[in-house]
Design a protein around this ligand. Structure first.
Ligand SMILES: [Zn+2]
Length: 298
């Protein structure tokens, strides 16, 4: 299975809270292969994605969706709303304006709903490259207006995307690793996000260290692994605006780590504006990880 396929399986298995159901369904429909009175269908290499499409449509509109397996050599699944009355019912329930490319915001009750909408869009039309090879996420979108709307929604959640054309359609794409991490976090793929963060930082740090010195590999690896753990915790706290509520000495330790992501504790101490020992700094960074783990386990 490809990285993209794995992540889609993970995303399609997230439990959907009641308030998000319509937004998720809307995202799945709007960015699917066909969404009109004549034809309403989606195609995916993941059976779980087509099943989600079918079950959401059933729950929201009580409409029947049939899933068939494609005959091409790469297995694909196709989910289709076969009955015209069902299709009309679905179309009538969403704002017709959006067929022209405007996204209706009526289903976005809360931030979580908008995130679910993005998840639906990604499941319907998204692709992600394996982060070990390159960083890239594409949403293939039919109209420019829809591409622009999606880009703006993503921007509201700290995911900066660009638009290019491809054939008759448009692509909303993301190329920076930290933006891809933000997108994965937004869509709820927490496990994957962390794996991606690790791959990214190890890769970048290895490139740098290989260029810079030629010293003990095991030590570098240890330093990097500790740094990843610390940065994951700090980034998490920053994102949730919790860092600023910590004691000052923890805030300054966090800032120091973020400023020098690849430095050893010894080098961090040298770069600190206030005098601090290695064990003192180590203690503070450990404390931050403890707080992070405590919050995560709640
Ligand atoms: Zn919601």
């Amino acid at each position: 299975m490809s990285f993209c396929s794995d992540i889609k399986t993970e995303l399609s298995e997230i439990r959907v809270s009641r308030c998000c159901m319509q937004a998720l369904t809307y995202g799945l429909l709007l960015f699917s292969r066909s969404f009109s009175a004549k034809k309403m269908s989606m195609q995916s290499e993941n059976l779980s994605v087509t099943r989600l499409y079918a079950s959401m449509i059933k729950k929201n509109y009580d409409a029947q969706v049939t899933i068939t397996e494609g005959s091409s050599k790469n297995t694909t699944y196709r989910a289709e709303v076969g009955d015209e009355i069902d299709r009309l019912k679905i179309l009538a329930s969403v704002d017709f304006g959006m067929i022209e490319g405007k996204i209706s915001h009526e289903f976005f009750n809360r931030d979580c709903c908008e995130a679910s909408f993005v998840r639906g869009a990604f499941l319907s039309c998204g692709q992600m490259s394996d982060p070990e090879k390159s960083y890239r996420v594409d949403f293939s979108v039919k109209s420019q207006a829809l591409a622009e709307e999606l880009r703006d929604i993503l921007a509201r959640h700290d995911v900066k995307a660009n638009i290019s054309t491809r054939g008759k359609g448009f692509v909303v794409y993301i190329k920076r690793s930290e933006m891809i991490i933000n997108l994965l976090t937004l869509m709820g793929a927490s496990m994957r996000s962390l794996e991606l963060i690790e791959t990214t930082i190890i890769k970048e740090a290895n490139n740098k260290t290989n260029r810079m010195f030629n010293c003990d590999g095991a030590n570098i690896k240890k330093t990097i692994e500790a740094s990843i753990k610390q940065r994951t915790a700090i980034e998490y706290l920053i994102k949730r605006e919790m860092l600023s509520s910590l004691p000052n000495e923890l805030i300054s330790a966090a800032n120091l780590r973020m400023q020098y992501p690849e430095s050893s504790l010894k080098d961090l101490c040298k770069n600190s504006t206030e005098p601090i020992t290695v064990s003192g700094l180590n203690h503070r960074l450990k404390k931050i990880i403890e707080i992070y783990e405590d919050i995560k386990s709640r």
